[in-house]
Design a protein around this ligand. Structure first.
Ligand code: GLN
Length: 287
């Protein structure tokens, strides 16, 4: 008779999911979703196959990887940084801790920008502080005849954005390193879009959830959160054609201050757009 060998534990997808859920229950605000997403990531399965392949046994390597990701999640790391991706406008974008994690609110900005651009227009559009490239790449995808110039002060963020351009085969974006308008010298633009940092430096939310792990420079903008927006409003006119559009995202309680600021600088046709929760989150205006 063979001596009884030490059998490796048999962990199926179903068991792993159950265990992961249990582990995350007390630490994550979205334990089931997190458990599913991490397991899909580790096993390379989509959601329906995760359910169908309930009985599939994890390899030792997958088990190890999952345990590591669960530990990191329990310490609060955002799911997007653990999987290295986040979906935006139906594109699975690469993200790293060098970039902000794209948010659904920002899709509102893209939607409103697209609404102002005539079909087949060959506009030149700048995306300031492009991060992972979410806005620039979406515009590039939807407007193949337009030329998009995307700027960011972080070379590490631009590397991520470029990897996304490659991933989706989008070649109509120029990536330029530098602060706000610095890399745009000599350009005349039809539109400027931006999701700038707009959180107040003392906002207690900065101590909670995903934002603790995101780059502060992509989130925080001075005592009232408006430093970057003031800079953009002040200088956008120098780069926009007469009648050119400026659109940017901002905090839910900043619309009034921003409206006054834009009026002071002589912008016209100002419109404020609300997100699904009814908060004013995007302002559009023209030079
Ligand atoms: N443009 C990127 C986004 O919307 C990054 C914005 C930022 O870093 N503030 O996700």
């Amino acid at each position: 008779m063979q001596p009884a060998a030490v059998r490796p534990s048999i962990v199926t997808v179903g068991v792993a999911l159950h265990k992961a859920l249990h582990e995350l229950e007390l630490t994550s605000p979205t334990p089931r979703l997190d458990a599913e997403v991490l397991l899909m990531h580790v096993c390379g399965l989509d959601r329906s196959r995760l359910i169908i392949h309930n009985e599939t046994v994890l390899t030792g390597e997958q088990e190890h990887k999952l345990a590591n990701l669960l530990d990191r999640r329990k310490r609060g790391e955002p799911i997007a940084y653990l999987t290295g991706t986040r979906e935006f406008w139906s594109m699975e974008l690469n993200v790293t801790p060098a970039t902000l994690i794209p948010r659904p609110e920002t899709e509102l900005l893209v939607e409103k920008a697209l609404a102002h651009i005539p079909e087949n227009a060959a506009w030149t559009i700048a995306d300031l502080g492009t991060g992972s490239g979410a806005i620039a790449l979406t515009l590039a995808k939807e407007l193949p005849r337009c030329r998009i110039i995307a700027t960011d002060s972080s070379p590490a963020a631009l590397d991520v954005a470029k990897s996304n351009a490659e991933k989706f085969g989008l070649t109509n974006v120029e990536w330029r390193e530098g602060n706000w308008f610095t890399p745009l010298a000599g350009e005349t633009l039809d539109m400027i879009v931006s999701n700038p940092p707009y959180i107040r430096a003392d906002d207690p939310h900065l101590e909670q959830g995903d934002v603790r792990f995101e780059p502060a420079a992509a989130l925080v903008s001075g005592a009232d959160g408006l430093d970057a927006i003031r800079h953009i409003a002040l200088h956008a006119r120098e780069y926009l054609k007469p009648g050119g559009w400026l659109l940017f995202e901002h905090g839910w309680d900043q619309a009034e201050a921003i409206g006054a600021l834009l009026r002071r600088h002589g912008y016209r046709d100002m419109v404020c757009h609300r997100d699904l929760a009814g908060h004013a989150r995007v302002t559009a205006c023209r030079r």
